[in-house]
Write a new protein. Sequence first.
Length: 169
Amino acid sequence: MIEDLRQKVISEIIKLVRKAQMLALKIGMPNILQPGLVKEMIISEILGHNLISSKRDADTCDKNDSSIKYEYLSCYEGGTGQLDRMFKNPPEKRAESLYRITRNKMIYFAIFYKNDPLKIKVIYAIKPQVLLGETKRQLDRSGNDISHVGFSEEWSEKNGEIVYKDTRK
């Protein structure tokens, strides 16, 4: 009996994900399950940005000027938002990695609730030059040529500005 209910729920989830994929295809998103994409959709809806679904570009852009780009970082409460595969060396790869920060007008760091993973607790706006400085510091201290660079909520609170805060109790 419980297994029947479990299988019915799984089947319904699959049906809903397939429906979401069909909707996404209508607006040019080939893979709704691309890592981070659903969270980027949630953040962009709150901030009023246009989503960029390509993995080779910024996460979003301004609704009126697509040359104005934004990058999103996110994590769950108590976690760390990170930029993956940032190069310390060689210098040309490092410059390419750092461009992922400097191409943006602003970086937004969203903290999602642990117990409600599609609901945002707070979003911080961080100036690219501030994030760039911390990224360089972390890369310079790394013993690896390729690293993940992490940012905590505490760091973001000290170095950013709150642009959205959930008001629920």
